[in-house]
Structure formats: C-alpha cells, structure tokens
Design a protein around this ligand. Sequence first.
Ligand SMILES: NC(=O)c1ccc[n+]([C@@H]2O[C@H](COP(=O)([O-])OP(=O)(O)OC[C@H]3O[C@@H](n4cnc5c(N)ncnc54)[C@H](OP(=O)(O)O)[C@@H]3O)[C@@H](O)[C@H]2O)c1
Length: 143
Amino acid sequence: MSRYFPTVSNFLVPHLASLLKMEIAPMVDQIEFHPGWTQDDTVALCQNNKILVEAWSPLGHGKLLEHPILVEIGKNHGKSSAQIMIRYALQKDVLPLPKSTNKKRIASNLDVFDFELNPDEMRRIDSIQNEAFSGSNPSTVTF
Ligand SMILES: NC(=O)c1ccc[n+]([C@@H]2O[C@H](COP(=O)([O-])OP(=O)(O)OC[C@H]3O[C@@H](n4cnc5c(N)ncnc54)[C@H](OP(=O)(O)O)[C@@H]3O)[C@@H](O)[C@H]2O)c1
C-alpha cells in the first residue's frame, strides 16, 4: 500500500493535467466550490481520476445565505440556506468544509443527513451562476 496521500489545493484543470502525468496522483484537491461557482470542469476531471474534491467556502463566504432560491428550497425542507448549500455539495460528491465560529451553527451545519434535494431542486441550484466567486484564480494570483 502506498505511504503517500498527496493533497493539493486550488489545482484547476491545467494544473491537474500536468500532475496526472506523474507517478503518484493527488488523492484530494481542495477548491472553491459553492452555488454560483461550481468549477464543473475541475470537479469532473477530479472525479474521473478518483480525486476527492473538497469545497472551500461552500457557503460562498456567507454571501449566499439570503439567496432567494436557497432560502425557498430550505423552507420546503425545514432547513436553512446553509444546510441546503452543504447538502448540495454532498449530493455532487464533493466534501464541504464550512467554517463557523458559532457552536449552534457548527451543529446545524452537520444536520444535513435527514433529507435529500430532488433533481429539480439540484437543477435550480445549478442555475445559480457566477455568484460569490472570491476572485482568487491560481493562474493569475500574485504572491
Ligand atoms: N484552500 C484554500 O485556498 C482556502 C481558501 C479560502 C478558504 N479556505 C477554507 O475554507 C473554509 C471555509 O471558507 P470560508 O470561511 O471562506 O467560507 P464559508 O464556510 O463558505 O462561509 C463562512 C461564513 O458563513 C457563516 N456561517 C457558517 N455557517 C453558518 C450557518 N449555519 N448559518 C449562517 N451563517 C453561517 C460564518 O459565520 P459565523 O462564523 O459567524 O457562523 C462565516 O461568515 C475555511 O476553513 C477556510 O480556511 C480554504
């Protein structure tokens, strides 16, 4: 069994394409992922190569909490918009990493395993496009 469990962060398609030529492929890629910024091409490449996608800022840095589509779907399930976004990531086979400094919100962010978003709800969330992007692009960022 391999002793290596390589994890990368913010590797998008061009970066992964180079890495996938190496002997050891990454097992995890942590990227920005939330409604409005789902980076489908990177997620597909990862999932086709058995790389777990972790979602940073799965709540869109908190900027999507009042989004009307998410609030409405949440009401249908008796859940918050945050719980809807976390469930959305899970149903995309993406592991969400929500951050909260509040004990109650941390607990509620875990309470997402007693309901399921139906295909129509998933499509409605997919229709949220180009929202809450952090602006961080690893190909252009300056250090
Ligand atoms: N790998 C990378 O390059 C990278 C880049 C950015 C971030 N990250 C990591 O990703 C994680 C999350 O990112 P993030 O903090 O930018 O965004 P996020 O998890 O999308 O959103 C966090 C915001 O949502 C609020 N929140 C959390 N749960 C809530 C709930 N149930 N109801 C209402 N508000 C809620 C938080 O406020 P409260 O604290 O007040 O609850 C906070 O303002 C962090 O651990 C961060 O380190 C990684």
